[in-house]
Structures are given as C-alpha cells and as structure tokens.
Design a protein around this ligand. Sequence first.
Ligand code: 1PR
Length: 535
Amino acid sequence: SNGDRVVTLLDYGAGNVRSVRNAIRFLGFDIKDVQKPEDILNASRLIFPGVGAFAAAIDVLNQNGMAEALCTYIERDRPFLGICLGLQLLFESSEENGPVKGLGLIPGTVGRFDSSNGFRVPHIGWNSVQVSKDAGILDDIGDRHVYFVHSYRAIPSEANKEWISSTCNYGVDFIASISKGNIHAVQFHPEKSGDVGLSVLRRFLGMPKSNSTKLAQGKASKLAKRVIACLDVRTNDKGDLVVTKGDQYDVREHTKEKEVRNLGKPVELAGQYYKDGADEVTFLNITGFRDFPLGDLPMLKVLRYTSENVFVPLTVGGGIRDFTDGNGRYYSSLEVASEYFRSGADKVSIGSDAVYAAEAYIRTGVKTGKSSLEQISRVYGNQAVVVSIDPRRVYLKNPDDVEFKAVKVKRPGPHGEGYAWYQCTVNGGREGRPIGAYELAKSVEQLGAGEILLNCIDCDGQGQGFDIDLIKLISDAVTIPVIASSGAGTVEHFSEVFQNTSASAALAAGIFHRKEVPILSVKEHLSKEGIEVRM
Ligand code: 1PR
C-alpha cells in the first residue's frame, strides 16, 4: 500500500533539511511532516535530521511536546533514524554552549573536538568508520568513506557500548553510529555521502538489499583529502546562465566581441561531476557583487535542480550581503543565505562582505555580531559558512616594507624580490583592500567562519599549480579547514599541495570543464601517492 512508501520527517524548522528530503524522494518515498506530537507516535518510520545548535533544537522539542513523543516512540522500539544532531540529542547532555540537557536515552555527554592536536575543527569531510555491530543499515559501508560535518561528538564508553554500531577516529575515537533494535542514528550525513549514503537510507527504509559487504576489516579511519569541482557561474550577454572560467579572473574571450566564456550549463556539469566522483560541488555566482542574487532567481533554480540528484555537499557563493532593492525593500544577508540554504545549498561562501567584516574587526577589536559572517554562522553553525579569499600577490624586497604578513617566496618576483604579501580584493578581484590574506583568515576564523576557500588571482586559470607559499601560510595560520584553489593543471599539482601544505581539500575548475584531467585520474594519482581519498 501507499503507506509503505511514506517517511515521517521531524523537521523542527531550525535549518536546511532539503537534502534529506531530496534523498528520500530520490529513493521513491513520500514525506509526511510532523506537525504535532501524535504524528511522531503514529509514524511507521521516522527520520530526524538534526540541524543547528543543540540548545535551540532541544528547546523547540521541549516547547511543543515533541521531546516526550520522541522518547516514547524510541522506547517502543519503532523504526527511527537520527542524523547528525539527531544522534547527539539522544545523549544525556552536550557541552555545546552548555552543558545543555539532551533526551537522555543514551548514557554520555557530547563534547567538542580538540583542535590543539592538529585536527582541524569542524571535522569536515569524508572519513571511514569501523563497524562493530551488525546493524543492517551499515551493511554496504565496508571501508568506503562517508561525509561528516560537525564540531561536537559523543565518545564511546562502558556505559553506552551496547548502543554503538560504528566508530570513527578523528584525534579521538568517537561514535559514528548507534543501533539497537529498530533505533538507529548516524553522526555522518547519509544524504550527502553519495551512493554509500543512499544505501544506508535505502536499508533503513527496508528496501531490497544489494550484496552485502558486511563488517569493515579493521582499517584505521582517516579523513580523506577532498577534491572539489568549482563552477563559476554568471549570465552571458545573451542572458543565459553559464559556467564560465577566467584567466586571473578575466572571464571574457580575447576576441573582438569579448563574449563571456561559456563552458557549459551549471546543472548538467554539476551532475556530471557528481557522477565522476567529485567530493563536493561549489557554485560561485561571480557577478553577485553587483547583481543581487535574490533578483537572480536562475541561480536558486540551479541549486534546486542540482540538489535533487547530487548527493554530495553543495556550496554556493556570491552576493551574500545586506541589500536594498530599487523599491526600497531591504534584504539582510541572512535572508540571502537562508534562500540559498532553502534552495539546496549545504554551505554558503562569503567573499567581499567578509573582507569588510574583518577590516572592521581588526580596526575596532570588537565583534559586533552584525556582520553577515557572524549572523549566518550563529544561525546555521560555522560549518555552514565558508569564507572565499581572493588575494593578489604583491612582491616585496623586504618583508618589513608592509604592515601585513609577508612570506619568503619560492620563486622571486619580476625584479628579483624575495618576499610577497597577499593583498585581499573585493568585487571579483576588481578592488584591492588594505588587508592581507593572513590577517583576513585569522579574523574570519574568530568571527565564525568554518572553512576557508583560498583562491589566488595570480594563479587562477594558469594551470601552473597552486600557490604553495600562500596555501602554507594560511593553512598554518588557522585551525579550520582550508580549501586550496586556483592553478591546478595536472594531477601532480594536487599531490604537491597535499604533500607541502596542510590543506584539507583542493578545488579546480578549468581542467575539469575543459575535460583535460578527469576527477578520477586525480583521485587515482593521490591514492598512488599514499594520500587518503574517497574512491
Ligand atoms: O564577493 O561574496 O559576492 O563573492 C564572489 C565570489 O565570486 C567569490 O568567491 C569570488 O572568488 C568569485 N569570483 C568573483 N569574480 C570571479 C572571476 O573569476 N571573475 N571567481 C570569481 C573566482 C575563482 C575560483 C576558481 C579557481 C580555480 N573563481 O573559485 O574556480 O581559481 O580555477 P582554476 O582551477 O581554473 O585555476 P562575493
């Protein structure tokens, strides 16, 4: 009957669960949203994708009687799947802005990862898990990677060991999933873990199983280095939204007409890169600084369509700032970001506006809480906020010639300069600002950025390799993950950046769009070099 293909979803409205919805629909199920506590008690299967902050979530659940219904449902051993915060909330308490009391169904406290031992927080990316219990839903995982994004974790103990079905290691062993009877919860995101994640959901939904690979064979878990495909998107002169790609940020052809370079359609390309094994897909609305994105509805459509079929994380950037339109209607940057999230983005990326926020923070030493960066990370969590840095190299004879952090460069400048500082720019590289990439990175980390997308205008589109000096400088300066970007031309450039810097991910555009280097070749090369990747 139809009832067999319905999933009840507990979405308490604290954030974006669009990707969970998309994955459920992709598997052929309908969704019934929980409106009142009875809907939980009457569910034939319930998915609880926790998002946002622990305290906010528990408050909402307590206010409307959902917490009690949820506990009853779980105590009755009814089919349940919690995701991410949906796992953490089952524990007794969390240290996130706390201690804050949880539902108390599983013994233990949820604490924060410690970034002091070289493990960057948030734990973002693809990691493998050690399955310790035959839990059914994990049967297809084996040693394949699944996608995590979180700063807090529950630790295995004598008291909770009967619940644990898998663990993961990230500086410490933490609980990757729990299973007991019909109750399951996973710290990772099955809806963002590609095929292997879909198979976890498929098994929870009781669908026909593929050949089981069963328990993973004792391979230590290790966070994989991510390979990200980036789509710079803008409308061309005919008004079509196209994927374009610049040379040092100049995206026009060198012809008389100077048309915008057209490398394909955004939704199609994103779908292709997902199939090719991209670990993430990033869209940059590169004219967002002048065209307001909520007026630019095609980009929201691109996100909606892409997220229906692409089950890895999606980031979108461009135009995240406060804006007043021609009719005097004011939009906050938070509204812009919320619209991106609602349309299917998992993370948003802020460029120009983060530069202004960092400049103000350095000047005053005060966190106003009002910048787009601070507001969005407060509401959606810092793991959902990327800061895109667009620096340009400025050579120096003497590192003391500027007030900004300068580095000794491997290759001297045009006049034999041995040093450089990296000047931040805004508006798509058009305007240089009085702040360096190093100072910006440090500031935005404090203001709530969860990740840095580190471009380099000099290297962009050149295919000569990443700017190792810059990437080393920045990845050593912060404890959040850094995505190396700009300049990839060969597979060796990817191993070079991972062997010489502590970047967590490498992003490329041109070589993928022009089909010069397939994503699979990059992964195979990295794997051959002994670098952990998701295959
Ligand atoms: O300032 O918040 O509106 O955000 C604008 C965003 O658009 C920023 O993230 C900025 O990096 C991006 N952007 C603006 N102008 C351009 C341009 O190219 N004219 N694209 C642009 C930046 C850089 C990379 C690129 C890599 C890899 N693109 O993301 O994809 O350099 O390229 P490669 O592998 O071909 O070398 P805001």
